[in-house]
Ligand binder design. Structure first.
Ligand code: GLV
Length: 325
């Protein structure tokens, strides 16, 4: 039996992918692929598995060109880049990598939150550029986290890990989600609120929901208007949850105080994008899960999902388990 052919959209460190050795025939895309590589396209008719990153759309038309496909494995917890209903209709299981990136993403969220609350980018720039002439009692003033209200939108694994960290900083916690999380309400005294009240009450809002039809542009001109003028918005979830033009207006007019974004819409953000010109907006290039251990574990879990799918076993992490019914 020939080994199954799999298309790996990007070149990843060899040791992360060791589990695939001798078990698949792999065709691999370039390290910085920004789209499904044309060289991989030619192998679609034979491909039995796809291993992809969150930047590569896997849509119905691509699936049609892959009649032998038996598994799609996304090296990410979010899977909005994949047309899951189209995979399900074909009986193709889709894998993702939850759990292993929870702590790293929560850590990065806190880094953004603290940087924005204390104005680190601006004050670091001032120091570097010679504007640190003296200790200024009323200069570089930020927000106290202790006693401030953090509104978490989406109380999943990452939202909970952020809540636990924020509690240790003395923050008051409120959250919005479709489902209640009694254990986190007990653990950190978080209060579940309707979204509108969360927007009105929070000093800092942090987004941790998936990107879906319901959450797309959940932060928009209308919801931004509900926020306090001193409030900060953190997005380490998905860029399109925020309406970018509306955020620019709100930041420019100081309708809200600041934003810190690990994800943007569009993504990547082109170098001349107006968001970069706003001193009250901190932007980092989608690095929520970017630690050595976490990225390795994500790749390993994505390999496990891929191999399980090729072997006809249930994926360790499957986003469309209905394919097994
Ligand atoms: C990162 O954004 C992920 O979804 O894993």
């Amino acid at each position: 039996m020939p080994l199954p052919l799999v298309l790996i959209t990007h070149t990843l460190p060899e040791d992360w992918m060791a589990a695939l050795e001798g078990r698949v025939r792999a065709v691999t895309g370039p390290v910085d692929a920004t789209r499904f590589d044309p060289a991989l396209e030619t192998h679609l008719p034979e491909a039995e598995g796809i291993f992809c990153l969150l930047t590569i759309p896997i849509r119905a038309d691509l699936l049609t060109r892959a009649p032998r496909l038996r598994v799609v494995s996304n090296m990410a917890v979010g899977y909005d880049n994949i047309d899951v209903p189209a995979c399900t209709a074909r009986g193709i299981p889709v894998g993702n990598t939850p759990g292993v990136l929870t702590e790293a993403t929560a850590d990065l969220t806190m880094a953004l939150l603290m940087s924005a609350a204390r104005g680190l980018p601006q004050s670091a720039n001032d120091a570097r550029e010679g504007r640190w002439s003296t200790w200024r009692p009323a200069g570089w003033l930020g927000m106290d986290l202790s006693g401030a209200t953090l509104g978490i939108v989406g109380m999943g694994k990452i939202g909970k890990a952020v809540a636990i960290r924020a509690k240790a900083f003395g923050m008051r916690l409120v959250y919005s989600d479709e489902v209640a999380s009694p254990e986190i309400e007990t653990a950190v005294a978080a209060e579940k609120l309707p979204l509108e009240m969360l927007f009105r009450q929070s000093d800092i809002i942090s987004l941790h929901c998936p990107l879906t039809a319901e959450t797309r542009r959940l932060v928009n001109a209308e919801t931004l208007r509900l926020m306090k003028p001193t409030a900060i918005l953190i997005n380490a979830a998905r860029g399109p949850i925020v309406d970018t033009p509306a955020l620019i207006v709100a930041l420019r007019s100081e309708q809200i105080a600041a934003a810190a974004l690990d994800v943007t819409d569009p993504e990547p953000l082109p170098p001349d994008h107006p968001l970069y010109s706003l001193p009250n907006c901190l932007i980092v290039p989608h690095i929520g899960s970017a630690t050595h251990n976490t990225r390795r574990r994500m790749a390993e879990l994505a390999c496990d999902n891929l191999l399980a799918g090729l072997a006809g076993r249930r994926l360790p992490n499957c986003v469309n388990p209905e394919v097994y019914q």
